[in-house]
Design a protein around this ligand. Sequence first.
Ligand code: PGA
Length: 241
Amino acid sequence: MELIVTQDYQGMAIETARLLAKEILKKPDIVLGLATGSTPEKVYKKLIEFYQKEILSFDKITSFNLDEYLGLSKAHEQSYYYYMMDKFFHHIDINMDRINILDGKALNIEQECKDFEEKIRKAGGIDLQLLGIGHNGHIGFNEPSEDIEPDTRVVNLTEETIEANSRFFDSIEEVPNKAITMGMKTIMNARKIILIANGEDKAEAIFDTVRGPIDPKHPGSILQLHCNATVIVDKDAAKLL
Ligand code: PGA
């Protein structure tokens, strides 16, 4: 596991965008796994800048998003579909037919999950997966648990996650208590993984990820087994390392 510590959030975002850009330039039809949340926001801003400066094109890439709230429509402002459109896809030249985001309103969720895995397989697998991490160490919405859950599936969100994500909603009651997430196997199958975090409140999760025992109670720690994983954090998130 490679570790890069930057001075601050801005540095984390620039370093991450730079690595992503290099991979996209190397393989213009790259298959990206993408994440939502506060942490990657500036990464997307930087990538948009690269696009606007004509350094980078996204017209051949395929993308798969990590997760989505169950029960939120694409039009809901807190859905991850809305987030991706608003913060990234609407500002770049990506082909909308090659965007894959789990449908939180799918009538047959089990089928939706199977189809998603199949689409990843047909795309040739994920070349590069971008990940954030929850305060409780969750990856995507793979919450701390006794066993590794391999596949894309519906999960119950923990109180901690609901509480953490309530900052985006008008009230905590509005936060969905279930989500659909890529499983750990799907994530671990990516050829390269970049996990990003900033802020002191993520320091413990980063410690468990980088130095802790490999344990599904700390989902991030599973990444220690990946042969090409890079953790990019600011110095606050690296505080306990
Ligand atoms: P955040 O979320 O970037 O908003 O902190 C990360 C996560 O929960 O995976």
